[in-house]
Write a protein that binds this ligand. Sequence first.
Ligand SMILES: CC(C)(COP(=O)(O)OP(=O)(O)OC[C@H]1O[C@@H](n2cnc3c(N)ncnc32)[C@H](O)[C@@H]1OP(=O)(O)O)[C@@H](O)C(=O)NCCC(=O)NCCS
Length: 384
Amino acid sequence: MQNGEMIMTDFFAGLEGVPASKSGVSFIDGEKGILEYRGIRIEELVKKSSFIEVAYLLIFGKLPTKRQLDKFDSDIRFHRRIKYRIVDLMKTLPERGHPMDALQATVAALGMFYPAKEISDEETNYWSIVRLIAKLPTIVAAFARMRYGDEAVRPRDDLNHTENFLYMLTETPPDPYMAKVLDTSLILHAEHTMNASTFSGLVTASTLADPYTVVSSAIGTLTGPLHGGANERTVEMLREIGDVGKVKDYIEEKLKKKEKIMGMGHRVYKTYDPRARVLKDIANKMQKRYKDITLLEIAERIEKVSSENLKEKKIYPNVDFYSGIIYDRMGIETDLFTCVFAMSRVAGWLAHWLEQLSNNRIFRPSAIYVGKHNLNYKPLKNRR
Ligand SMILES: CC(C)(COP(=O)(O)OP(=O)(O)OC[C@H]1O[C@@H](n2cnc3c(N)ncnc32)[C@H](O)[C@@H]1OP(=O)(O)O)[C@@H](O)C(=O)NCCC(=O)NCCS
């Protein structure tokens, strides 16, 4: 101890393996490729549940009763609309700006429209949770349309969460098959233990900031290409390759230059990411149905070539590898992929936010000082 501060001399870059919280929200076994939400395997949830039910499970800690689920679902449907001043605010954002930046800015502003600083009040927190889950898709779809000069499409209460999102994007009733696939993808992206965006949200939460601020900082962290941004980069890479015959040279060239293959590798999984397994299966089923997903063949070849080269390092496809291909076939624009990720991960962020509040201590880690001491101040005129 020094000045009341515990001094640890071991340093773990990226805090690898250092626990930042005790959590009951989700569990990963990175060696066996297992992911559980509140103790339930994701493979079971994608078969039997829906994104809204999974969000409830994550946030409130147990599966809802029929009455609880109906209420949560109808509260979310009711709060999908965004105030015209929020729409006006979004219209002032640059139309060429990245949709994730628009989403982050708008979510931060939501906290001014719906004051939620009373975070000790359960009722206030419930409505913040409902609003955030309900409004994120509306904001994403509104920005996606308004940047081309189109009007935002009003949400429809009669459609479920993913049907409504696809409807707001296109103004046409969605194919129920596509809406179901999107719902499955949202379940798979909803939570993933102490990832970078969740950690960033938790640090913000630990200062007792309001949930809109917590979620907006998490959205900012999700933007980066090493995190949520990887699904966009993966599809861009697939398009850049363009032809299955070019895969081998492209990948080997990249590896020679020590560049990362997007959508591959994971800090925790040292085997196949279980989410990628489900998404790969879905992509193959979609291909059987539509027979026009050219990017899938390229992706599968990349997986093969990469596994030949990277097996020793235990690098396998992660969740971002196949999700982009699926969104692309749905007609979702590439720069919206990470926003779709945020629409889902908001459930996990909120679950961790509530967990943090239940036993809060402000995050204040230390740093190992590697700078100099006792230097003299050099006058400006003497500096070069
Ligand atoms: C996810 C990721 C950030 C994890 O990083 P990490 O745990 O810090 O792992 P490292 O970057 O230290 O990689 C360990 C080794 O595997 C290699 N590696 C990791 N991911 C790789 C990838 N996608 N392509 C090629 N090599 C990769 C590294 O080059 C390194 O090799 P080295 O030991 O010879 O230097 C990393 O795998 C990555 O950048 N992936 C691509 C981006 C991505 O898909 N992100 C989404 C994650 S869900």
